[in-house]
Design a binder for this molecule. Structure first.
Ligand code: C2E
Ligand code: MG
Ligand code: MG
Length: 699
């Protein structure tokens, strides 16, 4: 490849340096360089008068002239020849001034290396010095740009000078307007946190790693105001792809950034209290968990609580008062916690606190107690003095936690433990609770399998006429034939079955089994009136719209008369959804099926409920029956229930009769039916079959 000829006039008084520079220049592979060296400015100027080189490399410290004056003199003689200025000083301003005076490039001697010098040469050649005509063109361009929102800048890569237009200054708002600003000094006004970002973006683009430069950052304007700007730019590259300069624009985006920040804030905070919401809390918690993973000494804790009396305040004084109370609680908590901690409103009256860098559990407990005290001090809202309390659940950092939700769930669980323990203000989630959660989970899975494998059977217990002790019917009681642990009674699984909905398929199975069995007994042993069967119906099943039809189908298939079936419903099941349940009961009764209220007295069913629903019978709960033989509230309650049932024309069954005394007391009160160990224990179908055959034979 033929190299272009390049004639260089090197003005340098230091012999050694001149030689080094000459050597570097000659090594330029792009050009065939001829170097002429002058040690004094006067000699250089003379030479310029004779012949024009392609490039001047000018040291600013010459025996006969110092500083920028040397440049000025050279420019006066030859304002169309590019000049690379060399200086030994560290004066930051000098490079800017030099560029302003028309230097094509500027290089400090301590930066003098082959690569930098050759690059400076390339740039100086690339960008010829501004002639008068060019300067006028630039001014026209600047005036045009002044109308636009963007400020324009131009940076010769590696140089300390940034060429800018007037609009640029309006965007940046730093220092006096000038055509050239010092790059480093400008960078120093970029907000410290963003500086590295700016540098990295610039470097990446110069190195060709990004297609164009785009970078948003904050700038500290005059008057200390912080504004957001976006800089965009594109590198001009030489034939070898090396970036020579970067030209671009800046624009003020402060308004957009503020709007974005507001949106982000809204997405992460609770609108009412302004506290972080669940999303932000979870995020902070995740962060604490990651930190804990790396530094096990960075222990943390989650406190979780709701306001114990909040609902009644909301209901009685209105949501306005409730809202203000929540805000007041939020402010109190905020003022108490340390800056690194997070207090969040997770919803409704639920709050959570993330305590970071806590020592041991004792410290956490101390903080929890303090939080509880804070909350329980009276609040005054719209002249109401309000008292609320909080039972606090605590979860401590532990390696087993993988997800933030797990920790919040455990703190929540501990809170319920605290609420359930009289006089406790807090509870720490511990291994035992963990175990019980696991057990619960295991139980759920096992139950699921048990339903699929039909591991449930019925045991039966007699219901007798109190006076004669004749068997009137049987109650079907579900049992789980567990493959490993054997027979399991419902108290160990019925709640979980109810919660998971598995109680519904279990219920159908029991009903089928019980109806079929009792129909078979009816055919075998004749009783007058015919044997009845009582089956417990869960709250979940009651809400199934197909309930009545399905029951009817099962009863028909078994051959049992609908009037022989009694469905037992607990008070609690009724209370949750009174209207829906009312409809179900009506439909069942319309088909001739009897409906009994079970465990009467333990729920909250009041007289009004009894009046509203049309039950055929009620079963007095065992807890009252157990006290019926002694004078006191138990026997009084039984008496009252009997009177009530009589007035509503309902049959009463006394549940859980165990002793002769109880039997006698109930007889005296003229209760008609009973069930309990005194007559028979629940037993499997085979044993019950024998019992019934014996009973029929005796009758
Ligand atoms: P429940 O319907 O009130 O049934 C009576 C419970 O009291 C039975 O317990 C029975 O064994 C027990 N019991 C009867 N007489 C006495 C007595 O003299 N003394 C004592 N201490 N206990 C007596 P079990 O079989 O453990 O059933 C517990 C509860 O589980 C039942 O209470 C019922 O609410 C529920 N349950 C049972 N089977 C089913 C079912 O198939 N479906 C649904 N949804 N719930 C069922
Ligand atoms: Mg029952
Ligand atoms: Mg009962």
């Amino acid at each position: 490849m033929r190299r272009a000829r390049l004639r260089v006039l090197l003005v340098e008084d230091d012999q050694d340096q001149a030689e080094i520079i000459e050597e570097i220049l000659r090594a330029d592979r792009a050009h065939a360089v001829e170097v002429q060296i002058e040690q004094r400015l006067s000699a250089a100027l003379d030479r310029l008068a004779d012949s024009a080189p392609d490039l001047i490399v000018l040291d600013l410290h010459l025996p006969d002239c110092q500083g920028l004056r040397a440049l000025r003199e050279v420019r006066q003689r030859a304002d169309d020849i590019p000049v690379v200025v060399l200086t030994a000083t560290d004066d930051d301003r000098l490079d800017v001034e030099a560029i302003r005076e028309g230097a094509g490039e500027f290089l400090r001697k301590r930066d003098l290396r082959p690569a930098t010098l050759l690059r400076a040469v390339r740039y100086a050649l690339e960008r010829p010095p501004a002639s008068t005509a060019l300067r006028e063109r630039e001014q026209r361009y600047a005036r045009a740009m002044a109308g636009a929102e963007e400020g324009v800048w131009d940076w010769v890569v590696g140089s300390g000078a940034l060429h800018v237009c007037a609009r640029w200054h309006e965007v940046m708002r730093i220092g006096e307007p000038a055509d050239v600003v010092d790059f480093e000094r400008w960078l120093a006004r970029v907000e410290a946190e963003d500086r590295a970002v700016v540098r990295a973006a610039l470097e990446a683009h110069v190195a060709g790693r990004s297609e164009h430069l785009e970078c948003e950052f904050r700038i500290r304007c005059d008057g200390d105001e912080l504004r957001w700007v976006v800089a965009r730019g594109l590198a001009v590259r030489d034939a070898g792809g090396v970036a020579v300069r970067v030209t671009g624009s800046v624009r003020d985006i402060t308004r957009r950034k503020r709007a974005e920040a507001q949106l982000l804030h809204d997405a992460l905070h609770d609108a009412l209290t302004g506290l972080p919401n669940r999303v932000l809390f979870t995020d902070r918690l995740a962060h604490a968990m990651r930190r804990f993973e790396r530094h096990p000494q960075a222990r943390f804790a989650v406190l979780y609580f709701d306001l114990d009396r909040f609902k009644s305040i909301n209901d009685s004084l209105g949501h306005g008062v409730g809202d203000e109370l929540l805000v007041a609680v939020a402010r109190r908590l905020e003022s108490f916690l340390r800056p690194g901690d997070t207090v969040a409103r997770l919803g409704g009256d639920e709050f959570a606190v993330l305590l970071c860098d806590v020592g041991d559990g004792i410290q956490v407990v101390t903080i929890a107690e303090r939080v509880r005290e804070l909350v329980s001090e009276a609040f005054v809202v719209r002249s109401h003095e309000l008292l609320v309390t909080a039972s606090i659940g605590i979860a401590l950092s532990a390696a087993r936690y993988r997800h933030p939700e797990e920790m919040v769930r455990d703190a929540d669980l501990a809170m319920y433990r605290a609420k359930g323990t009289l006089g406790a203000s807090y509870a720490i989630f511990d291994a035992a609770m963990h175990e019980s959660v696991l057990d619960l989970h295991r139980l759920e899975l096992e139950l699921q399998r048990a339903v699929e494998r039909r591991e449930f059977t019925c045991h039966f217990q007699t219901i007798v006429a109190l006076e004669s002790e004749r068997v009137l019917g049987v109650e079907a009681l579900v049992r789980w034939q567990h493959p490993r642990t054997g027979l399991v009674t419902p108290d160990a699984f019925i709640d979980v079955a109810e919660e998971t909905g598995l109680v519904v398929p279990i219920g159908w199975h029991v009903l089928e089994d019980a109806c079929r069995q009792v129909a078979a007994w009816q055919r075998e042993v004749e009783l007058d009136p015919p044997l009845t069967v009582s089956v417990n119906l869960s709250g979940k099943s009651l809400l199934k719209p197909e309930l009545a039809e399905r029951i009817e189908r099962i009863v028909d298939a078994s051959g049992l008369a609908p009037s022989c079936l009694r469905l037992e419903i607990t008070e609690r099941a009724v209370l949750g959804h009174p209207d829906a349940v009312l409809e179900s009961i009506d439909r069942l009764r319309a088909r001739g099926i009897r409906v009994v209220i079970d465990d009467f007295g333990t729920g909250y069913a009041s007289l009004s409920y009894l009046r509203r629903f049309s039950y055929d019978a009620l079963k007095i709960d065992r807890s009252f029956v157990s006290e019926v033989a002694e004078p006191g509230p138990g026997s009084t309650t039984v008496k009252a229930i009997l009177a009530l049932a009589d007035s509503l024309d309902m049959t009463v069954v006394a549940e859980g009769v165990e002793t002769e005394e109880q039997l006698a007391a109930l007889r005296a009160l003229r209760c008609r039916e009973a069930q309990g160990f005194r007559f028979s224990r629940p037993m499997d179908a085979e044993s019950m079959g024998r019992l019934l055959r014996h009973a029929a034979a005796v009758a």
